[in-house]
Design a protein around this ligand. Structure first.
Ligand code: SF4
Ligand code: SF4
Length: 433
């Protein structure tokens, strides 16, 4: 039987209704010195040095850009050690021991509204570069590069769809800080000289639509910004799907949305733009979901970047006793990376950690039911790509356009034979480089 599905169980109610808990004073933080875009780094500090909150302590080197590394607390530099990054790899992290004084670096000074009004696109690009803001929904792409576009833009879209099951930190962020979202959007629209904005949310019956509409009407009546309710299917939050449903634009694979006059920013990134422009602050805090059936009390937290996940697990009163073996997923369950190690540090781009009971699924033979093909949002043929990968047939993998896969995980989710189809597609993509 063909199982065409864009619906996935969302499990958000575990955390969605609870107010965000604050955990802003960890004993120490561990700041990632490497990530999946930056393999090398230079440190400007050594063990024993005192640093302030927001201070640049080093620089990461990427393929075509550099990223300042900021301290997220004030305190004393400790040792460098390897910790699990959200990519699943162990990378170098530097410890900063908290002095609990929260002393801000001299560079962290608010701008007045009059100063902000005078900022040009180039000024804002420079600020975001210095504060090394990246896509906080998980992409990690430098925001300043996106904001530096020279293409004429008609509409800025804030992507607040958060379609991955279990995740609700963006939902809480909007509910608790709607004005910061709109302000961030306002700054982006100013930088790009754009008159039209859209905040895209899911169409489920939650209060985000009312909250945002009310804030726009009362606090920002001069702005031309609409709240668009999109579908509840998965992956509605994929940028191409957002543009398709919010603006009726179909952007072909490999073409920049800016060529169609649109640009999109994740909602946490939009708030990051607000903090960088208004407060001259890098990303030192973030909303974060800790959830899953193995956690005693799933919860959204407001935390310092660099916080050990173990601290939060303890704050959630640990694991349920009746679970034999656990798997830890960093990011959403559909697109995230799984590990058995819980020695994880929350980086700027870690949206969530989900701890689940580790259930073994025995793969059965493909029955050619077509469910994966019918469900694929990239409109490619996962089953045939998987077979081509097994034969290591590069030519056919190319012909089948495996590179269009966005690794949404839907083909594995719907597979009647419990095959990890997405893993095969990932490997096929790697095979053709
Ligand atoms: S993981 Fe890739 S191949 Fe599978 S459904 Fe998503 S886009 Fe299609
Ligand atoms: S891979 Fe799974 S979903 Fe796809 S055709 Fe085979 S059995 Fe069906």
């Amino acid at each position: 039987m063909i199982k065409k599905s864009r619906k996935v169980r969302d499990y958000k109610k575990l955390t969605k209704a609870l107010p965000t808990d604050r955990y802003l004073n960890p004993k120490s933080v561990h700041i990632h010195l490497q990530n999946n875009r930056c393999k090398t780094y230079d440190l400007h500090v050594k063990e024993g040095d005192h640093v302030k909150l927001g201070q640049v302590i080093g620089v990461r080197h990427g393929g075509f850009f550099e990223q300042n590394i900021h301290s997220t607390i004030s305190g004393t530099i400790g040792k460098t050690s390897k910790k699990v990054h959200r990519s699943g790899r162990k990378v170098d992290c530097i410890e900063i021991k908290n002095d609990f004084k929260e002393t801000y670096h001299e560079s962290v000074v608010d701008r007045t509204d009059a100063q902000i009004e005078k900022l040009t696109q180039e000024d804002m690009v420079d600020i975001l570069k210095e504060k090394s803001l990246v896509g906080l929904g998980g992409s990690g792409f430098p925001t300043y590069i996106k904001l530096a576009t020279k293409d004429p833009i008609d509409t800025v879209v804030v992507n607040a769809v958060e379609c991955e099951p279990y995740l609700s930190s963006d939902y809480r962020l909007i509910l608790e800080h709607p004005e910061r979202v709109v302000k961030g959007l306002q700054y982006i629209m100013q930088a790009l000289d754009v008159q039209k904005g859209i905040i895209a949310i899911k169409s489920s019956k939650d209060p985000l639509y009312e909250v945002l509409t009310q804030v726009l009407k009362v606090r920002f009546p001069e702005m031309n910004v609409k709240v668009a309710k999109l579908g509840n299917h998965y992956p509605q939050g994929w940028e191409i799907e957002v543009f398709r449903h919010a603006l009726n634009i179909d952007i072909p694979h490999g073409v920049l949305p800016t060529k169609y006059g649109v640009i999109g920013f994740n909602v946490s990134t939009t708030v990051g733009v607000y903090d960088a422009i208004k407060h001259n602050l890098p990303v030192t805090k973030r909303h974060f979901t800790l959830t899953g059936d193995a956690i005693k009390f799933p919860q959204n937290y407001r935390i310092k970047v660099g916080t050990p996940v173990k601290d939060l697990i303890e704050k959630s009163e640990g694991y349920k006793k009746d679970i034999d073996e656990m798997v830890v997923v960093m990011g959403g369950p559909m697109m995230g990376n799984a590990t058995l190690d819980d020695d994880i540090i929350v980086s700027k781009t870690t949206t969530s950690v989900i701890v689940l009971e580790n259930k073994e699924y025995k793969e059965e033979q493909c029955v050619r039911c077509g469910s994966c093909v019918y469900s694929c949002p990239a409109r490619i043929q996962p089953q045939q790509i998987m077979q081509a990968y097994k034969r290591k047939d590069k030519e056919q993998i190319e012909e089948l356009e495996a590179y269009k896969c966005v690794e949404c995980g839907l083909c594995a989710y719907v597979c009647t034979s419990k095959i990890h189809v997405t893993d095969y597609i990932r490997k096929a993509k790697k095979l053709i480089g």
